[in-house]
Design a protein around this ligand. Structure first.
Ligand code: ATP
Ligand code: LTN
Length: 332
């Protein structure tokens, strides 16, 4: 591979609505920080979103929502490329070449697939091959670093395995082998009502999550009703006190204070005090995001940014597709 001076960063978010503080603290916050460190490419992965059937009109709105949220959290289109996956045909093309380099066994071991399909024969094939499309997203841009939440670790490992396998066959100049980048605090934000499972867009209970655009009253309700425990001590202990530990994690990620400092600050206080303070910390952190979102969501700027982003992304993707097709011996 020719020497690359600049760090290349790639990540993606599904346009499935309800972007929550888990997505933000686990992944999106890193997107903003990394803008200063290299060339960042941030994708709205709409092709991933149709692995389960979606209403086309809702999907369209969700795509624009994520684009606006990218801007609202502080991604600067002058520094980073923001684009929609299906605007770049290279994702589907490379995905097929990688499909033919993958094993059904390794895909069957993906926990996300196992969780979502539960052995059901009519589980969509898209769910099964989803990690390959994700690998294609990353490898298409020769990404060095992929900022994601910890739940994506297995998919990143698969991406690395596929890249190494293809490199072993065709030479190390085929793919850059990427690394995942996971934050310590916020890497895994748990559900507020059921702290043993991760905060999720798809959970039925609205109060299990805080979405970035939630009203203040909803934020308050979700935090004040969050599941804790009965021992009354504010202490970080994931195993025995998952609810309180999750609240401390969220507090720490939003405030920048360490969990140890928070434990000291709240020594002898009740859960009510911790929750009340966390409500204001969360409301204050989300207020500027909500304001900026409203400004940009229906602006003409948004579509222009996505069109320019697709052009930049296509330029890089076409080079990779040509290179990899050549390695496989494809084309006329
Ligand atoms: P969900 O499972 O919540 O429906 P998802 O994981 O499919 O959502 P994406 O929008 O694709 O959602 O995720 C965007 C990013 O957010 C990914 O990097 C993912 O790892 C991260 N993420 C998702 N849920 C959490 C969580 N509870 N804590 C930390 N990071 C998370
Ligand atoms: N699978 C990820 C979303 C995703 C992604 C990517 C993340 C699709 N393609 C490429 C990083 C890089 C998820 O469900 N969170």
């Amino acid at each position: 591979m020719t020497e690359k001076k600049e760090l290349r960063v790639f990540s993606g978010v599904q346009p499935t609505g309800n972007i929550h503080i888990g997505n933000y603290l686990g992944a999106l916050k890193q997107f903003v920080q990394l803008q200063e460190d290299g060339k960042c490419i941030y994708c709205i992965v709409d092709m991933h979103a149709i692995t389960v059937p979606k209403d086309p009109l809702v999907l369209r709105e969700n795509i624009l929502d994520v684009a606006a949220l990218y801007l609202a959290i502080g991604i600067d289109p002058k520094k980073a490329t923001i684009f929609v996956q299906s605007d770049v045909p290279g994702h589907a093309e490379l995905s097929w070449m990688l499909t033919c380099s993958s094993y059904t066994g390794e895909l069957s071991r993906m926990t996300q697939f196992k969780d979502k399909s539960r052995g059901n024969e009519s589980a969509p094939t898209g769910l099964f091959v989803y990690p390959i499309l994700m690998a294609a997203d990353i490898l298409l841009y020769d990404a060095d670093v992929v900022p994601v939440g910890k739940d994506q670790k297995q998919h990143i490992e698969l991406t690395r395995d596929l890249a190494i396998r293809v490199n072993n066959r065709f030479g190390d100049d085929t793919f850059v082998v990427p690394d995942g980048r996971y934050l310590k605090e916020g890497a895994r934000i748990m559900s507020l009502d059921e702290p043993s499972s991760k905060m999720s867009k798809s959970a039925e209970n609205e109060l299990s999550r805080i979405s970035l655009l939630d009203e203040d009253s909803k934020i308050k309700k979700a935090i004040m009703r969050a599941t804790t425990d009965s021992d009354g001590e504010i202490r970080y202990d994931i195993e025995n006190k998952p609810g309180v530990s999750n609240l401390l994690n969220i507090y720490s990620a939003f405030s920048g204070k360490s969990v140890a400092d928070l434990e000291k600050q709240y020594e002898g206080c009740g859960y009510g005090t911790l929750k009340k303070d966390l409500v204001s910390v969360t409301i204050d952190a989300l207020a500027p995001i909500k304001k900026k979102f409203e400004e940009v969501r229906h602006s003409s700027e948004l579509e222009a940014i996505l069109a320019a982003g697709a052009e930049q992304a296509n330029e890089i993707a076409e080079v990779t597709v040509k290179r990899v097709k050549g390695k496989f011996g494809l084309g006329s």
